[in-house]
Design a protein around this ligand. Structure first.
Ligand code: HEC
Ligand code: HEC
Length: 330
């Protein structure tokens, strides 16, 4: 999709003033936030905690991380945001095809702090930001925030996340810079957001376990990181879903390749279910490592996934067509 949007943006520019007026006048496509009020029972909050920390990685992205430890676990105050990216931030590994970030972008505070966090946001505004990529002020969010994935989150699950966020200790992040995004990405943040027109329901985990495994593999972003794609594209290559991701860079020293998760010999074909589960469980207490040994896969967070969720993921991966792994872009 990303590739087509980029081409679309370029085509619009060729059309000139009329195209620009459309992009800046009518986009992003959006609608008012839904007037929902989340019923925050202890069970709902616990479900939201599990999703936000162990499955969806909200907390990892929206916190400062300790990169002396394997997988970079988040540091308290969790959810309070992290230092902004700017024109000096190298973007290797980020889905931006430039050496340094073209502007200023902050991963902000999602604790209930009133000044710098979501304290003043309605439930509907938070849900719209998470699934549809629209900020409180109506602007389109930059798609490092994976709203194009979270649009598949069920109404029930996204509401649970909101209930949990409201229980986080409010912390003032001190993050204030305004976002600045240079051309052409400033057009893309207007083109990308897409409103949801219907309720979203997750597959029934008791009746259709494979479909639920696929739901998990999507919302936990296994699919996004473990599928090859063109730089800047949001969707992977046709027929190669889960067949191993594009290179990830951690600093200059470390390049890593997300594994092929299909049952091919170059992927999970040689693994057992027990090995798969054990690989996740190994990082509940992350070891101290050097930058050259570290990883961008959120192992510490995922180590808390339930046995049943890891089983569902494994069962789903085993149904994929076995596709060989190729490290190079196709
Ligand atoms: C891969 C990193 C990443 C993950 C994972 C992530 N976010 Fe974000 N989030 C961002 C970035 C980057 C922005 C800023 C986008 C912008 O300002 O254009 C953002 C913005 C937001 C905003 C809007 C904040 C504001 O002040 O405008 C909210 C709310 C939010 N995220 C909540 C969440 C929740 C809830 C989750 C989990 C369901 C989550 N995020 C997961 C990166 C992430
Ligand atoms: C942010 C990107 C990202 C996400 C999200 C992600 N992975 Fe990974 N994954 C990686 C990278 C990078 C590697 C290679 C480095 C490593 O092994 O840690 C990897 C490696 C792996 C490995 C191989 C480990 C080994 O011992 O060789 C498995 C298995 C795996 N991921 C499964 C998953 C599953 C299942 C999910 C979803 C629950 C997932 N990953 C989500 C980036 C990601």
């Amino acid at each position: 999709m990303g590739k087509w949007l980029l081409r679309g943006a370029i085509a619009l520019l060729a059309v000139g003033a009329a195209g620009a007026a459309w992009v800046f006048g009518f986009l992003p496509r959006t609608h008012p936030p839904a007037p929902v009020r989340v019923a925050a029972t202890p069970e709902v909050i616990e479900r939201g905690r599990y999703l936000a920390i162990n499955v969806l990685q909200c907390v990892d992205c929206h916190s400062v991380r300790d990169w002396t430890k394997y997988g970079g676990p988040p540091v308290a105050p969790i959810g309070a945001g992290r230092p902004c990216m700017d024109r000096k931030t190298p973007t290797a590994g980020v889905n931006v095809n430039q050496e340094y970030f073209p502007g200023v972008l902050c991963i902000r505070n999602i604790t209930p702090d009133r000044a710098t966090g979501i304290g003043e946001w309605s439930d509907g505004e938070i849900i719209r930001a998470v699934r549809e990529g629209i900020g409180r002020d109506g602007r389109g969010l930059f798609p490092i925030m994976p709203y194009f994935i979270y649009r598949h989150l069920s109404d029930e699950d996204v509401q649970a996340v909101v209930a949990y966020l409201r229980t986080l200790p409010a912390a003032d992040s001190g993050i204030t810079p305004e976002r600045q995004i240079e051309f052409p990405l400033n057009l893309l943040v207007r083109l990308w957001p897409e409103p949801l027109e219907a309720p979203v329901v997750a597959p029934d985990r008791a009746k259709d376990r494979l479909a639920y495994g696929e739901y998990l593999a999507r919302i936990a972003r296994c699919e996004f990181c473990h599928t090859p794609r063109e730089p800047n594209a949001m969707e992977g290559f046709e027929g190669r879903r889960f067949a191993g991701g594009m290179p990830f860079h951690l600093g200059k020293e470390r390049v890593m390749y997300p594994m092929n998760l299909t049952p091919h010999a170059s992927g999970l074909g040689g693994w057992t279910r027990e090995q798969f589960v054990a690989r996740f469980r190994a990082h509940a207490t992350p070891q101290t490592v050097t930058p050259a040994e570290n990883t961008l896969m959120n192992w510490n967070a995922f180590s808390g996934m339930t046995d049943d969720d890891l089983d569902l993921l494994w069962d789903f991966f085993m149904t994929l067509p076995p596709v060989p792994y190729r490290q190079e872009p196709l």
